[in-house]
Design a protein around this ligand. Sequence first.
Ligand code: FES
Length: 152
Amino acid sequence: MQFNPTIIDHFTNPRNAGEIADASGVGTVGHPVCGDIVRLYIKVDKKGADEVISQVKFKTFGCTAAIATSSVATEMIKGKTIADALAIKDEDVAKALGGLPAIKMHCSVLAHDAIQAAVADYRKNTGKTDLADKVQKENQAHEEKELLARKK
Ligand code: FES
């Protein structure tokens, strides 16, 4: 499979790999078909009215693209507000890597879902469960869509 130099760079030199012991939120998502797993840790600090992601780390057990998308996703949300992180789409993650092979587009969905799950966990830890249900449903919908696509 042909990966562009940006993907190879993030795979061979992943940014923000590791974990945060006292994370504000942790999101773990897995792909139902390939079995890859992404775990994203975020540390959130209040800056005035804003909630800012001051630290982010990831642990990914998966393919080249899963590691590269996790890595670039951490760069995309580090220093950003929670609102900005939630606005990131899976296409944005793929674009930040200069594109992904079609068969690997689902890896960017996994990175996106991990961001959403980590933020939902943070919100839950601060007493707001609204997002948790929404994110869980969306992630489930992604999984079902993948399973159906593979059955065709
Ligand atoms: S092959 Fe499934 S996440 Fe990459």
